[in-house]
Ligand binder design. Structure first.
Ligand code: 13P
Ligand code: SF4
Length: 307
């Protein structure tokens, strides 16, 4: 164990802190993380923890979600620059305008959005529960924001709900083109191609399986197949390669990297915990409404999905 890893672990114990890490983080972060997973899993852990401090190795909206779910805890983001470029595509004014163009239709926000945006929405979802959450609402039409591709994926899976999407997108996942899937299929004919629903719909259409980061990992781990082409961020591939050496995992394109997820280093985690710096705060009125929106999702998710 490196000296830095040891120092972080000591600090964590001394301060009763927990470290949550998204699976797009640099893989070295796992050495100090208590929980590593996708956004739904990490939201649940943030909701349940007894720690006094949560250090969130992820992007800003994830740390903000942890704060909304655990308002009495100190939530720290090691590097404040780590914003989600998709979440930043819509603000409070824009969500209000989107709703006013389509009045009286319930609004569903992807968890990749700010607290302000969530405070204006009726329901929240993550990539792993989006289909079930929209289905549970029993509506004929919903507004979906900010990710147009996840929204269209939900619409296609359900078949009987019109999903009106905001034109947001993830720049990291849109690097992947249908031609990349076709080329991977030719180069690795025995491979299963696994994609995230933030990918362009033409990419999802060509994949063998579409799921959240955790679902992609689960599929690859449990599958009898041996080779997988992964159409999501590199962190997923790094962890699969590290943990399952008897299988082969190929990143569909070597630039599928979320630069903002990669900001945090072990040194940043140490600094943030040691100095208790980069604390996330949310204005009370917004926090209450946004927390309601996320809690509704967690309640429904608990009923319709495995914990
Ligand atoms: P997950 O819901 O799979 O964790 O995805 C979050 C994300 O930001 C994907 O780009
Ligand atoms: Fe946001 Fe895309 Fe990065 Fe996920 S991969 S955090 S959606 S910019």
């Amino acid at each position: 164990m490196s000296e830095l890893v040891e120092k972080i672990k000591e600090l964590k114990a001394k301060k009763n802190a927990v470290i949550l890490a998204h699976c797009y983080q640099n893989a070295e972060i796992d050495e100090v993380a208590d929980y590593v997973g996708d956004s739904l899993y990490l939201s649940r852990r943030a909701n349940e923890t007894n720690a006094d401090i949560i250090v969130f190795a992820g992007v800003y909206f994830m740390a903000q979600t942890a704060k909304l779910l655990s308002p009495d805890k100190k939530v720290l983001l090691p590097r404040l620059e780590s914003g989600c470029r998709m979440a930043d595509m819509i603000d409070l004014e824009q969500v209000r305008e989107f709703k006013s163009i389509h009045p009286n239709i319930p609004a569903v926000c992807y968890i990749n959005s700010t607290a302000e945006v969530k405070s204006e929405c009726d329901m929240c979802c993550t990539s792993s529960n989006a289909v079930k959450i929209v289905e549970s609402m029993g509506e004929k039409e919903v507004l979906f924001l900010p990710d147009t591709y996840l929204g269209k994926w939900v619409e296609k899976q359900l078949g009987n709900v019109k999903v009106i999407t905001y034109p947001g997108f993830c720049p990291t996942h849109l690097v992947i083109k249908p031609e990349d899937v076709i080329a991977a299929r030719e180069k690795y004919p025995d491979a299963k191609i696994l994609a995230h629903p933030e990918c362009h719909q033409e990419v999802s259409k060509l994949a063998d399986y579409v799921g959240s980061t955790a679902e992609i990992m689960k599929y690859a781990i449990e599958s009898k197949d041996k080779t997988f082409v992964i159409a999501t961020e590199k962190g997923v591939v790094d962890r699969l390669v590290r943990d399952y050496p008897d299988k082969k995992f190929i990143l569909i394109k070597n630039n599928v990297i979320c630069p903002n997820m990669k900001w945090h280093t072990l040194q940043d985690i140490y600094n943030s915990l040691e100095q208790e710096q980069h604390e996330i705060t949310v204005e009370a009125e917004i926090a209450e409404k946004a927390a309601n929106c996320i809690n509704k999702m967690l309640e429904v998710s608990q009923k319709v999905l495995q914990p």
